[in-house]
Design a protein around this ligand. Structure first.
Ligand code: ATP
Ligand code: MG
Length: 503
């Protein structure tokens, strides 16, 4: 079993050493105990009918049992399919009908709600995981005999299907192979200098690639340990920092931690802060460096590819960039219309090729053919450029590009100017339908607490740096930008909200 062997490699050396510290119970789980449980859970899955290639879907609270289920599914030769805990019964119906899992594991507290949903979607077996680590899956695990012979799986077999976040449209199931997951974890472990001495603060959800694969797979591969928290809590994270070495977060983690007392002292012995899943503002990067002395390491990835680029561990971690392509991963910037590679420095679509790239979208052969080229390059849909020093800058998503009066407008250019103005907290620039221009630029702005700024002030502040056609035709003030669980600004929701502005 290609992935299981690699994820459990540290088990032998790290057998009695600590894998997880459970924040909720204070309990310490050794590598030995974790894998012993995962093996018994694998038995329970096989007894529940899971055969090689079968999907095991789960929507459950972030627990150690859910992490065991991930490893157990891999051991049993199944395909792990975690679902966002925010999804409603109707959304779950879509995912279960689409993925046809052998088993669906749901939240014990919502069993009555979800059991009929699963049955209706044709899933034969429903099991549960409770927020307190209980549930029918744990019962089956505890009743199983110890030990399990991992089912043979090769590098090209599927280990997981992860649905994308649905930022630009309906979520797509990205099929991830044993090799894609293993190679990326190995690469990141080395790039970020992970060792058995590391203690990671794990406060990310485990239904998403960031918390599941980046955080968990690296920890397992390096034989490190982690402090396992059910969710983000700034005070708790500050309390843990003196015993920890690494924090992985989305940008909102860092923004919120900066508002907490005692960050300077708490972070003194930390080794590394990693950010990703959404753009980290330059201002946050600089503020963090002032307060803690650490330069946050920003990296760029996605469900379909795991991580593609990273700022350097040794060397200059540049704010506003996502660093260099990782070893073994090629990146091209291409012309959105023709697909031809562009000269260095020009902005275009980012394409990636490497062992990390997914095997296609589940049951979407046409979508797969559109985005995955015959030569192996995946068309990410993100726009960016590579500067003279090779650092990659993400400019935004192709779907967020504004075309006004026939001109291409990159929202990021306008957002950066607005964000730099006095009294501005953050902004999101979108295109909305306009009778004359096709689309018109609208800036949605969040003002800092207590600051007094008008639309006229903003226009005065940016107009010298922006061609007329790029200047916002409307400025809207809001209390906060709509974000999902990964801190991604939901521009689709904003476009819908302001759709009628010029109609
Ligand atoms: P969908 O594909 O369903 O529209 P999504 O792209 O948001 O949703 P994910 O795979 O969770 O789903 O997110 C990947 C995207 O997140 C990338 O394509 C990129 O746009 C963005 N992203 C990730 N890391 C960064 C970063 N460091 N800076 C800017 N954007 C980032
Ligand atoms: Mg995407």
């Amino acid at each position: 079993n290609y992935l299981a062997e690699r994820l459990s490699a540290a088990r032998k050396d790290a057998g009695s050493s600590l894998f997880l510290r459970n924040h909720q119970t204070g309990e310490d789980v050794t590598y030995q105990a974790f894998f012993a449980n995962a093996e018994r859970m694998a038995q329970a899955l096989v007894a529940s009918g899971v055969k090689p290639g079968d999907r095991v879907a789960v929507q459950a609270p972030k627990t150690i049992a859910m992490l065991e289920l991930y490893v157990a599914t891999v051991l049993a030769g199944g395909v792990f399919l975690p679902l966002n805990t925010a999804y409603t019964p109707n959304e779950i119906t879509y995912f279960l009908t689409d993925a046809e899992p052998r088993v669906f594991v749901c939240d014990l507290a919502r069993e009555e709600e979800f059991s009929p949903v699963a049955k209706k979607a044709g899933v034969a077996k429903v099991l549960t995981i409770g927020a307190d680590e209980s549930g029918s899956l744990a019962d089956l695990r505890d009743a199983a005999a110890p030990g399990f012979n991992a089912v043979t799986r090769g590098p090209d077999d599927l280990a997981a299907i992860l649905y994308t976040s649905g930022t630009t449209g309906r979520s797509k199931g990205a099929m991830l192979t044993h090799q894609a997951l293993a190679s990326n974890a190995e690469t990141l472990k080395d790039a970020w200098h992970f060792s058995a001495d590391d203690v990671l603060i794990h406060a990310l959800p485990i239904f998403h690639t960031h918390g599941l694969f980046v955080a968990t797979n690296i920890t397992l591969m390096a034989g490190s340990s982690c402090i396992f928290m059910p969710n983000f809590d700034a005070d708790d994270i500050l309390d843990y920092m003196p015993q920890a070495t690494v924090l992985m977060g989305v940008p909102t983690f860092y923004v919120r931690l900066l508002n907490s007392e005692g960050l300077t002292d708490a972070s003194a012995n930390m080794r590394l802060f990693v950010s990703g899943s959404a753009p980290l503002l330059t201002e946050t990067h600089e503020h963090w460096r002032d307060v803690t002395g650490h330069a946050i390491l920003e990296r760029y990835g996605m469900t379909e590819t795991n991580m593609n680029t990273s700022n350097p561990y040794d060397g200059d971690r540049r704010a506003g960039t996502v660093g260099f392509p990782l070893p073994g991963i090629e990146m091209l910037v291409t012309n959105p219309a023709t697909g031809a590679p562009l000269p260095q420095g020009e902005t275009g679509v980012l394409e990636v090729r490497g062992p990390n790239v997914f095997a296609g979208y589940w049951k979407m052969p046409e979508k797969t053919a559109e985005e995955l080229r015959d030569n192996g390059f995946f068309i990410t849909g993100d726009l960016g450029r590579m500067d003279d020093d090779g650092y990659v800058h993400i400019v935004g998503r192709q779907k967020d590009l504004i075309i006004s009066g026939g001109y291409n407008i990159y929202p990021k250019e306008i957002e950066l100017l607005i964000d730099a103005l006095e009294g501005i907290n953050e902004s999101a620039v979108i295109g909305v339908p306009h009778p004359d221009f096709g689309e018109a630029v609208v800036a949605v702005v969040v003002v800092q607490n207590g600051a007094k700024t008008s639309a006229a002030d903003i226009m005065t502040g940016i107009k010298d740096d922006l061609a007329r056609f790029k200047q916002p035709k409307r400025i809207e003030f809001v209390k906060s930008l709509p974000r999902n669980a990964m801190g991604k600004v939901q521009k689709k929701a904003l476009r819908e909200e302001y759709d009628g502005t010029f109609k």
